[in-house]
Design a protein around this ligand. Structure first.
Ligand SMILES: Nc1ncnc2c1ncn2[C@@H]1O[C@H](COP(=O)(O)OP(=O)(O)O)[C@@H](O)[C@H]1O
Ligand SMILES: [Mg+2]
Length: 321
């Protein structure tokens, strides 16, 4: 297995007291799209800055492309593309002059810069604004230009720090589409606090909470691991009686009405689930309801995520040793 990023016991303490990154072993395989998921303040940006060698760890080690990363690792940074959260771009520049400037930082020749920036401006959809000043660009346009800039050096590893932050649904979608379309040879490390974004584009996920990595693995494995037994029923008829009687069925953890004719039932996950489902189906018949559709949801990763956090909290300090 080739790891593009490998950390061991990575720890960052700010000001001698705030543990922003806590003993983290992170492994990112080559060619994966790795989602780094965690709530605000979890330590995502700190980890990304550590991976870039912009700040030094308090303890532990970082290898990028198999080599130790430190403040002097310019040759490693040349192979990394970085998009910070809410990138600040020089107001007076245009996409063309800005990308040309970025290319110069990487010592690219004029021919290399022009061919690269023309291609990138087109692929991020900024052709109509290619020579407009950045001042007045929407957040979505700034993000797309930032993404283009992070790709100027044709990096092998891309570090994207909350690329969908501050975007409206359309902007989010187009940004995620762009990331998904990127060259499969690249390893992409993308942070977010939005689960559905990670679920949509990533192959692997690391979940971080209060500086600790509480899960790392493929998205598929994660879903299997924490699959919740949720049954979603769409019905037609008198729902009130049905819902009143539903509460008395054993083996059921909770149910929730979603809209007039949809109900979501979660079951206690043990052997009584099948019996409970049979009882629910029986009740539908008794209440003279029509069953329009029934599906069991295995992809509700919001629930899964919360469950993982709960498990982690209940373990408390035992995990810290
Ligand atoms: N330079 C710094 N000095 C002191 N504390 C910091 C610094 N950078 C981040 N922190 C703190 O570290 C924690 C993690 O922050 P951050 O990595 O930005 O989280 P995230 O990106 O997941 O929102 C927060 O409590 C934050 O306030
Ligand atoms: Mg952050």
């Amino acid at each position: 297995m080739t790891y593009v990023v490998e950390t061991a016991n990575l720890t960052k303490i700010f000001g001698g007291k705030l543990i922003a990154v806590n003993n983290m072993d992170l492994e990112v395989e080559e060619g994966t799209i790795y989602g780094f998921l965690g709530p605000n303040g979890a330590g995502k940006t700190t980890v990304i800055r550590l991976l870039l060698g912009l700040i030094m760890p308090t303890a532990g080690s970082i290898k990028v492309f198999g080599e130790k990363m430190n403040l002097n690792s310019a040759h490693l940074r040349k192979r990394i593309g970085y998009l910070p959260t809410d990138p600040k771009l020089p107001n007076k520049m245009t996409p063309i002059t800005y990308l040309d400037f970025v290319g110069k930082l990487f010592s690219q020749t004029k021919d290399q810069r022009i061919s690269r920036l023309s291609k990138l401006i087109r692929s991020v959809g900024l052709l109509p604004s290619a020579s407009r000043e950045v001042k007045g660009f929407s957040t979505g346009m700034v993000t797309r230009l930032g993404l283009a800039a992070s790709l100027m050096n044709d990096p092998d590893l891309l570090l994207l720090d909350e690329p969908t932050s501050g975007l409206d649904p359309a902007g989010r979608k187009s940004t995620l589409d762009l990331i998904e379309e990127l060259d499969r040879e690249k390893t992409i490390f993308v942070s977010s606090h939005i689960l559905s974004d990670i679920d949509r584009i990533c192959t692997h996920v690391g979940i971080i909470n209060e500086g600790k990595l509480i899960y790392s693995g493929s998205i598929k494995e994660m879903k299997k691991h924490i699959q919740s037994n949720v049954l979603r029923l769409e019905l037609d008829g008198d729902m009130n009686t049905f819902c009143d009687r539903l509460a008395s069925i054993g083996g059921m953890a909770a149910f929730e009405r979603r809209g007039n004719f949809t109900v979501e039932i979660s079951f206690v996950s043990d052997t009584s689930t099948l019996k409970a489902i049979q009882d629910v189906l029986g009740l539908i018949v008794e209440c003279n309801l029509d069953l329009i559709s029934m599906n069991s949801s295995t992809s509700r990763i919001e629930d899964a995520f919360l469950k993982l956090l709960e498990e982690e909290e209940s373990r408390g300090f035992t995990r810290a040793v």
